[in-house]
Ligand binder design. Structure first.
Ligand code: EPU
Length: 438
């Protein structure tokens, strides 16, 4: 498959696209199906590569999966869960980090689990220490092997009291997927409370779990002996919606994102408005548009929910290159999420990255030599360039930059974008973008 897109930029994006279920929820809901004794049905599932990867991983473990791709419906039957061969898991997982979330469910179902060394986007070290600490606290025996990590639960898994050092999304999901069927009570403090996690809690409750969420990032779970299947419609992808919104802003365009929802995007919408973008919300989606005139520079800090998501940062930074004045962006979730700005600089953007915490609050990356703050000076016209996609969100940002730039850019490595953006080339076409494969 041709992995290069030649983008002839400079044309505002205009039109309508649809976003379906959130990548970062759908994959977890698929794993949750492993815990049920009966089949589960998940709706609003996008056709993205990550769904294919998790489908393959589930099938390796004996789950029967049928996917009506056009309708977006997945049926997952975990009646015959079995161990998979390490080499197969490894070969299949590719760059996905999802296998780590199989641990709790597999320990419950089979008493053992094996996970290969994990990939994921290159946006920092992305350790799994919180995950392994959690599993150990439930009573799992965790041993490092040459090809990955082996886990056993010789005496079953038992509820426990845990405080996370940082409200990690994955670690909170790990705890939920393990605690729901562990023996007794579990309490998690400093939990992540992202909407995708709340929707996972909805799914687990449908399956028979008992979970309460307090206002102060405390989640309590009462373990139950058995769980059934679920029927659920996934919440929509607020990262994809914000990515198209940023593309509309950077290209001075006007894009209606069908499926975008307001409650999960409050922080993004506030920022979009402060930059000078406008939006109109209706029952079916959100129209994002550039109203003409100049965009305004801003000071922005990424944070866990309900703050401004780290995944919104990269696409928005491209739009900030077109704002008048100095914008400051402090990335507090990942230590290394400004690598994508190298390519923007090569296209004419003025962006400097700093080791210091330039936002209002010092973060855990201060004094540790991570370039995690950026100052963007604009507006600067962008010029076409030959660019390589570095990671999923950084890659979409490069695409936005190419769409905003005058001339024809070559964007290489676009397969990475298929991991999380459904039919993005069709959507670009629908919005009037000019591009070809050579
Ligand atoms: N962390 C640790 N130890 C751990 C786990 C996390 O130090 O064991 C640190 C990470 O290094 C990071 C911070 O905690 O600095 C937050 O990481 P988190 O665990 O919250 O992230 P994640 O669960 O690995 C998910 C999404 C990411 C998204 C983050 C934050 C999925 C599959 N991935 O990752 O999405 O950026 O939460 O919201 O749900 C993407 O979609 O492109 C993407 C990277």
């Amino acid at each position: 498959m041709n992995d290069v897109l030649y983008v002839n930029g400079g044309t505002p994006l205009h039109g309508e696209i649809t976003v379906r279920g959130a990548k970062n929820f759908v994959s977890k809901a698929m794993v949750a199906a492993l815990l049920g004794e009966g089949p589960s049905v998940l709706r609003n599932v996008p056709q993205i590569r990550d769904v294919g990867v998790v489908t393959g991983l589930l099938e390796l473990h004996g789950v029967s999966v049928t996917h009506d791709e056009a309708a977006g419906v997945l049926t997952l039957d975990p009646s015959n869960v079995e161990s998979a061969h390490v080499a197969d898991i490894d070969a299949h997982a590719g760059s996905s980090r999802i296998p780590i979330l199989f641990c709790g469910p597999l320990l419950h179902r089979l008493g053992e689990a094996f996970i290969p060394d994990l990939g994921g986007c290159r946006i920092g070290d992305r350790p799994i220490n919180y995950h392994l600490d959690i599993l150990r606290q439930f009573g799992a025996v965790v041993e490092k092997r040459a090809q990955g990590i082996e886990l056993r639960a010789p005496n079953g898994l038992h509820g426990t009291k845990i405080e996370l050092p940082y409200p990690s999304v994955g670690a909170t999901e790990q705890l939920l997927l393990t605690a729901v069927r562990a023996d007794g009570l579990t309490e998690l403090s400093n939990a992540a409370i992202e909407p995708e996690i709340m929707d996972l809690i909805n799914v687990l409750q449908k399956m028979g779990a008992i979970i309460s969420v307090d206002t102060d990032r405390v989640i309590r779970i009462e373990g139950v002996g058995r769980l059934g299947g679920y029927q659920h419609t996934a919440l929509s992808d607020r990262i994809e919606a914000a990515s198209w919104a940023s593309a509309a802003l950077a290209t001075r365009g006007d894009v209606y994102v069908r499926g975008a929802t307001q409650p999960e995007m409050t922080a993004f919408l506030n920022t979009f408005r402060k930059v000078g973008g406008e939006f109109e919300i209706d029952d079916d989606g959100i129209r994002f548009f550039h109203p003409g005139g100049d965009l305004r520079s801003i000071v922005l800090e990424t944070d866990v929910h309900p703050g401004f998501m780290t995944d919104w940062q990269q696409p928005l930074v491209v739009a900030l290159t077109q704002a008048t004045g100095l914008s400051i962006v402090h990335e507090t979730v990942y230590e290394n999420r400004f690598g994508f700005t190298d390519a923007l600089r090569g296209m004419g953007a003025t962006i400097q990255v700093y080791r210091e915490c330039l936002g209002g609050h010092p973060c855990r990356f201060g004094q540790r030599n991570f370039y995690h703050s950026a100052v963007i000076s604009g507006p600067t016209p962008l010029a076409a360039a030959d660019i390589e996609v570095p990671d999923l969100r950084g890659g979409f940002s490069h695409l936005i930059a190419a769409l905003a730039a005058k001339g024809t850019s070559a964007v290489r490595g676009i397969q990475l974008i298929d991991r999380g953006y459904e039919h993005f080339q069709d959507k670009l076409g629908a919005l009037g973008a000019e591009f070809s494969h050579g």
